[in-house]
Design a protein around this ligand. Sequence first.
Ligand code: XCC
Ligand code: SF4
Length: 637
Amino acid sequence: MGKENSEKKMVSVEDRTMCEATQQMLTKARRDGVKLDLDRGYEMKPCPIGAESACCKHCYMGPCRLNPRDPYKKVGVCGATIDTIMARNFGRNVAAGSASHNDHGRHILELFRGIIDGKVKDFTIEDTLKLERVGKSLGIDVEGKEVLEVAKELCDELEKTFSNVDGEMPFTKLAPEATRELWRKDGVMPRGAMLEIMEMMSRTHIGCDQDYDNLMKQITRTALADGWGGSMVATELSDIMFGTPSPTLADVNMGVLKEDHVNIIVHGHEPAMFEGMLAAVNDSFFIEEAKAKGAKGINLVGMCCSGAEMMSRHGVPHAGNFGSTEAIIVTGAVDAMVVDIQCIKQGLAEVAKCYDTHLITTNPRAKIEGATHVEFDEIDPRKCTDEILSKAIARYGTRSMPIEIPKKIQAGVHGFSHEYIEYMLGGTFRGSYSPLNDNIINGRIRGVAGVVGCTNPKVKQDSVHVALVKELIRNDVLVLQTGCSQIALAKAGLLVPEAAPLAGPGLAEVCETVGMPPVLGLGSCVDNTRILIAASAMVKAGGLGNSIADLPVAGCAPEWMSEKALAIGHYFVASGVYTVFGVGFPTIKETKFHDLMFNGLEKKGYGKWGMASDPIEIARMMIAHIDKKRKQLGIDK
Ligand code: XCC
Ligand code: SF4
């Protein structure tokens, strides 16, 4: 097949995404002359030197470019070697990812403090049982204390996650003792997130830390400050304030839009604004306003991670993942897309303009040129949400575009918090260990995999997620999911108990007994920390070794794209999990730094990195690791 031919084949909508709704909208966008990310991604030819992290622009003696095919032939002007350059680049990626999650977590903590101080009146402490449980797990004496008293102590304790300059980050207490000992011994125990991120940035300045092995220590500490820091604070406090998820039925895909309703999409990451919107759309004043314009009502749906959180907590419908955010505007049916922070493509502004959709930014940390900014303030949420509603309703009244909504919709069960998983698979002690551990030891469940992360227009949207997860469950591996990956599998119809027959005989039997799907959706990307807590609980329940590194588990982000994904990947590796990334990886294979990440870390007692792009190959690697761990545990009969 000639180059031209293969390019033609690549560019068909079926090759850009396996999501049929997104295909339909991409076709329409091309017809309408509107360019989407899915096509921009195809046309972009990424820099091959940057793709393998063989360039450095940390000072203006450069930028220095090394040859990825002969990486040790040259050094930078300052003398930096390829290992230093790759380690510094990776370190700054992890710092940015960790900063994003910590900024999110700190913002959630501020909201929590606002509730305690009485300044914030529109939000409250929903789950007081969880408040007590989390307080106790951090050593707070909750006996006989008022809710607000416990909350205040917890708030002060968790503040240290960000502000500590020494000691150990509070939530690291939840990790198994052997895992913590390793962190202490290697000097990678995270202190405070602001400190770790600052130190990561300073050590990667020209002429500072130029030993890739030493840099790796700070990279590890910075990543741990995400998983056991800001991300965990975000998840746990959001549960306390907005409710801990338990299994909820929710619809997913573009068919959740309703032609005869005012459609509002919330897309981003922090739950507060979305919670505010949810409260406001039920206001009868606005429902009447919408009706006066001829609409049957107001339809609030989510996308990406804030969508995943709201779906988990409240069953709010979810319209699609990262790869569909521009495409959905092409329906013409979106009256407003409301965004806050992270993973919001600037390209949305142009697409929104073409389809007369309001793109509304709400967070002072994330404005977009061409979008309307209506700031959200937790102290007065209605000021923002009411203005958004008025704008969306007015747009419904003046809709002039032809509307085309793909009729794709898929129900699924979401909202498996770690508490619920423990309750479902660990609550009643039958054998010597918890039922989950028993089922792993007796081999019905071969192991547990976390499949998470983004979609990336470098690969056919959703296709690697779906093929990988199907292969894993077919081999009796229980799959836990978050973020955009969870949405991909929800659209494919796997987040229902009826998907059990797709699993191997052992996993299918467990699913049928418990009445659960073979694929469990845990929520957004910060909720990856639920996987850390579940893994720690598995260690503590006994029979599967002493540390997370002993468990027959593995993780994967098969279509990753963000720096947050790298931070998440590395905190899983640093916590003991074998983590495979798809798409590609910013290192050069034949280098010392790559060897450290993909082999050396495991020898030191951590997890390790893996990389492959084919889903069956990824599954094979993850299962081989799970089997290796089973063998080491002596449960490989
Ligand atoms: Fe973003 Fe969180 Fe990735 Fe999705 S999975 S593209 S990071 S929205 Ni989190
Ligand atoms: Fe080049 Fe060194 Fe400057 Fe990087 S820090 S751009 S390798 S001179």
